[in-house]
Design a protein around this ligand. Structure first.
Ligand SMILES: [Zn+2]
Length: 146
């Protein structure tokens, strides 16, 4: 199903996940159906289905990929932000998601089904943020060597 605002096609998210993301006052409109999550950074819509549309202001947490997201979470279970990932990669030798999470938050049990807005593990997003930080680190090193 396409987003009612931007017409992009998006991935399905379970009703249970949406229920955990919505502010209390919005929960009465949720219904029983599953939702779709609009992944367009420029679109105000967060979740939608054939019955309801919730824009990002209806959520308790910001969606990391939306244009003005603050904070930009890499990992929702551990509340690790992109800034922290970048800082850790630049200041320590760590380059993998597992050790970086452990370094920042210790041993935390994850529950992506209810913590992450997609209902899935943050691993691929986390790795993208690591890759960006490594590119920054490489660029910095090159600048210094000149
Ligand atoms: Zn949209």
């Amino acid at each position: 199903m396409k987003c009612p605002t931007c017409s992009k096609t998006n991935q399905k998210v379970s009703n249970k996940t949406v229920r955990h993301m919505l502010k209390a006052k919005c929960k009465s409109k949720i219904g029983e159906k599953d939702y779709y999550l609009c992944m367009n950074p420029d679109c105000e819509v967060a979740y939608y289905n054939s019955e309801s549309v919730f824009d990002k202001s209806a959520l308790k947490k910001s969606l990391w990929y939306k244009k003005d997201a603050n904070p930009k979470y890499a990992c929702y279970c551990r509340k690790i932000t992109q800034e922290e990932v970048t800082k850790t990669v630049l200041e320590t030798g760590l380059t993998e998601a597992g050790p970086i999470m452990l370094h920042l938050r210790g041993n935390v049990k994850s529950n992506c089904k209810i913590n992450n807005p997609t209902g899935h593990c943050c691993h691929s997003v986390f790795n993208e943020m690591i890759a960006k930080a490594l590119a920054t680190k490489a660029a910095n090193a090159e600048r210094k060597s000149k």
